[in-house]
Write a new protein. Structure first.
Length: 351
């Protein structure tokens, strides 16, 4: 009965988030961005700046970076939409050449319609829908940054209130502090990995003279936060565009190159930089991506891992739900590893 009640409460909470996703998605996204930006505010404050000035500098930095990204995405997508008919015609020619080559080698494609899904018209319709969706999403840019500014202004008050209330329960505040540090470390590590992957993609696109390399690099950077399938989805448009403009060789080289860089990032960079507390089974990562995307839309896809880490923390705070939190964890740490990698005030965040 206890298990049924716990699962029912989780289902109700998920249903509530789904119902209020239009409001909760930007609020949750702004909250996570505020947590990620908090170390910069603390660093500037320790350097001698008044807290209000440290917050102002941090907010200005976020707005400038976001403005550059917004301007690049908006102008590049608008230009790409104008050039789309040309790429549609080129794609139609490429697919026609491939069909002719297959026919010349005795492979009949008339019945199977092998390349029907990749003709210029169908891809053009998909591209237009994606472009309109991204441009519409960018309209909430200023609302998001207003939320970040308000959260930063109240961050000290919110942290003080949380400490006062959670400290009344044994070891909960240290666990939350440890979780926040882990979350900040996760974003730093993942951002470094994404920057290396997207930077490598941009270099390869420039070498093969693929149009709009920085557009695909920015999209690849943000899509790489999505576990398991994010980078694959981000690579499809530039690879197809490379095929249209430069042929199959360029498309294959770019696809293989990005895949190699991604594997190096996942199996070399992350293990070197991240500790086991940030690990999560691959199956859980993929299921969390599906669940949070359904609940919160694109924001849920990008924040799938941090949101699951948050759920893991909440479940681990109660002896009645800690077994569920264990299912969301990676390999368990032995006591020696815990003492070597976790400071005393964050030890409780491991479980």
């Amino acid at each position: 009965m206890r298990v049924v009640v716990v699962l029912a409460c989780i289902a109700i909470a998920i249903a509530g988030l789904k119902f209020a996703s239009s409001v909760m998605a930007p609020v949750i996204f702004a909250g996570f961005l505020t947590l990620v930006s908090a170390p910069l505010v603390d660093t500037l404050h320790r350097k001698g700046l008044p807290r209000w000035l440290a917050i102002s500098v941090t907010c200005l930095s976020v707005i400038v970076i976001g403005g550059v990204v917004f301007f690049t995405l908006y102008t590049s997508l608008s230009h790409f939409r104008d050039e789309l008919p040309t790429y549609q015609a080129q794609m139609a020619n490429r697919t026609s050449d491939i069909d002719s080559w297959l026919d010349d080698h005795g492979i009949d494609t008339s019945g199977a319609n092998t390349l029907s899904a990749f003709n210029g018209e169908s891809l053009g319709k998909i591209a237009l829908k994606l472009i309109d969706f991204i441009l519409a999403s960018l309209s909430g840019f200023w609302f998001l940054f207003l939320l970040i500014i308000f959260f930063m202004i109240d961050s000290e008050l919110l942290a003080t209130r949380a400490q006062q209330q959670l400290s009344t329960v044994d070891r909960r505040w240290p666990a939350v502090r440890g979780f926040v540090r882990d979350l900040q470390k996760f974003f730093v590590i993942k951002s470094v990995e994404n920057l290396l992957i997207s930077g490598s993609m941009v270099v390869m696109l420039i070498i093969f003279d693929v149009p709009f390399p920085f557009l695909w690099g920015i999209i690849g950077f943000f899509m790489s936060y999505i576990p398991a399938v994010g980078l694959t989805l981000a690579c499809i448009p530039p690879v197809l565009l490379a095929f249209v403009t430069n042929g199959a060789t360029a498309a294959i080289v770019i696809a293989v190159g990005v895949t190699i860089v991604n594997q190096v990032g996942d199996h070399v960079i992350l293990p070197l930089m991240a500790n086991k507390r940030l690990s999560m089974p691959v199956s859980i990562q993929f299921v969390s991506f599906l669940l949070w995307t359904w609940v919160l839309g694109p924001v849920g896809a990008v924040l799938a891992i941090p949101l699951t880490m948050t759920v893991r923390l909440i479940l681990s705070m109660s002896t009645q739900t800690v077994w569920l939190g264990d299912w969301l964890s990676g390999p368990a740490l032995d006591p020696n590893e815990i003492e070597a990698t976790v400071t005393p005030d964050t030890t409780t965040a491991v479980r």
